[in-house]
Design a protein around this ligand. Structure first.
Ligand code: GLU
Length: 483
């Protein structure tokens, strides 16, 4: 039988990095085995539902090239793939569980449940539903306090509920004994626990891959599979991604929990895929740089880590630099263009002049960048018009004030240069400013020139920058900065 895996995000806001992490591992295994990868939207939590979240999930997984075979947007043999469109599917299973005595109606009001919990805590008793409604008809229960017309349905967890299971990654796992979990809410929507089991079964899911935080829910799911007479899938609980202080990565605490953050910060999708792979997986070769295809070809659950990996952004930056350097020049330009456009430095699409400037500058900036967001800073001096060229006041303060003589010497030395390339520009500047000229050290001599001509302290190396900028613009900026 071919394997079928799924990722089941809830569209409750910006897509979480964990969705990409789980998708990567599902897809690596599914592709290796010639199986399928399904995207299912678990949108039954209507209070937290966010309209735009679904599209963002598609966009982010597409950005990472973690594509699915079946899903709400694509359809497939088990459609629909949005749980809110499957409500009729769940109800008969709830009725069957009630009829078989595995589940029961509960009419307790939220206030009564709250008071019950507080009382249990006060008495230091284990918290959990006290089964006030169990075994009672609606009429019998209505006689007692804390009755609500809207009933929920709860699982009747037996004392000997199976709490141990074999996890594909972790081996034998013992989870805590569950409470009488609600499976159908008062609004008629199933809870996650019921919907996930019904859908995983009906969609033929063979391997449930999800975050470690779901381990404590798995015994409930196993009971439901058993009660409904369905074969249990395999379970693989991925180690949680952690902040450097080892806490669980959450959107509240860490911007890097949001997938859109990586796009905004200028990371490449291939670097993020490699990074997420590296966080959870060890390649047989021990290699740290690997592609999705390499990871998928070598995939083996025994190589998945069990210890929560720390989200080390320095490592991601290093990987990003690597993948940036690997890009073909045209591709590199294509990736930096949106950042340059957002910074107001190029038109959309770029003009022929802008394209020529970029093509010439790529060899200078590509090896120096770690993030796409660095491109505007490095290229501003080349792309701004002379009218809007402004020198960073701080750079002026530090290097240009009082440097008039130096700037004048540089301008005079550069004026006669005929072949305007890196070597000639550097030769002329060095002759005028270093030992044989003003006697300065190169760092000291170049800093004010860079400030005056590039407008900031960030740019490719100075001779290269001036060569790119051209003679006329260089001289004009040098002379304009002499005070
Ligand atoms: N909807 C759950 C989530 O957002 C899915 C958990 C599972 O994969 O079973 O994490």
């Amino acid at each position: 039988m071919s394997v079928r895996l799924r990722v089941a995000p809830s569209p409750t806001g910006d897509p979480h990095v964990g969705t990409a992490y789980v998708s990567l591992f599902c897809l690596a295994f599914a592709r290796q085995q010639g199986g399928q990868f399904v995207l299912r939207l678990e949108d039954t939590d209507r209070a937290r539902f966010r309209e735009d979240s679904e599209q963002q999930i598609y966009d982010m997984l597409h950005w990472l090239s973690l594509d699915w075979d079946e899903g709400p947007d694509k359809g497939g043999p088990f459609a629909p793939y949005r749980q809110s469109e499957r409500l009729d599917t769940y109800r008969p299973h709830v009725d069957a569980l009630v009829a078989d005595g595995h589940a029961y109606y509960c009419w307790c009001t939220p206030d009564r449940l709250q008071a019950m919990r507080e009382e249990q805590q006060k008495r230091k008793m284990p918290t959990g539903y006290d089964r006030l409604c169990y075994g009672k008809t609606r009429e019998e229960r209505a006689e007692l306090p804390g009755f609500s017309d809207a009933a929920v349905v709860r699982m009747l967890i037996p004392d000997d509920a199976p709490i141990a299971f074999t996890d594909v990654i972790r081996g034998e796992v013992h989870a805590p004994t569950p409470d009488d979990q609600v499976i159908l809410k008062a609004d008629g929507f199933p809870t996650y626990h019921l919907a996930v089991v019904v859908d995983d079964h009906l969609m033929g899911i063979t391997h449930v891959v999800r975050g470690e935080e779901w381990i404590s829910s798995t015994p409930k799911h196993l009971l439901l599979f058993d009660w409904l007479g369905w074969e249990r899938p395999a379970f693989a609980h991925m180690p949680l991604l952690r902040n450097t202080d080892k806490s669980k990565i959450s959107k509240r605490k860490n911007p890097a929990a949001r997938l859109t953050w990586f796009v905004e910060e200028g990371y490449l999708p291939e670097a993020l895929v490699n990074f997420l792979g590296l966080l959870g997986y060890s390649m047989p070769s021990g290699e740290e740089i690997f592609t999705f295809d390499e990871m998928s070809a070598s995939f083996d659950w025994s190589r998945v880590n069990t210890v929560g990996p720390v989200f080390d952004l320095d490592k991601l930056g290093w990987l990003n630099g690597h993948y940036l350097r690997e890009l073909a020049p045209d591709d590199f330009v294509r990736r930096v263009l949106p950042f340059l456009h957002d910074a107001g430095l190029v038109a959309h699409p770029p003009t022929a002049t802008e394209q020529a400037v970029l093509a010439a500058a790529v060899p200078e900036i590509q090896p120096r960048m770690k993030l796409l967001t660095e491109a505007p800073g490095l290229l501003r001096f080349l792309l701004v018009s002379e009218e809007s060229f402004v020198v960073d006041p701080e750079a002026v303060e530090k290097h240009v004030v009082g440097s008039g003589a130096l700037l004048a010497a540089a301008a005079d030395a550069l004026e006669p240069v005929e072949v305007w390339d890196t070597a000639h520009v550097q030769g002329a500047m060095d002759a005028a400013l270093l030992e044989d000229g003003l006697g300065l050290k190169r760092g000291k001599a170049y800093a004010p020139i860079r400030a005056a001509v590039c407008g900031s302290s960030i740019s490719p190396p100075l001779p290269e920058s001036l060569a790119l900028l051209g003679k006329e613009r260089t001289l004009r900026r040098l002379r304009a900065a002499i005070v």
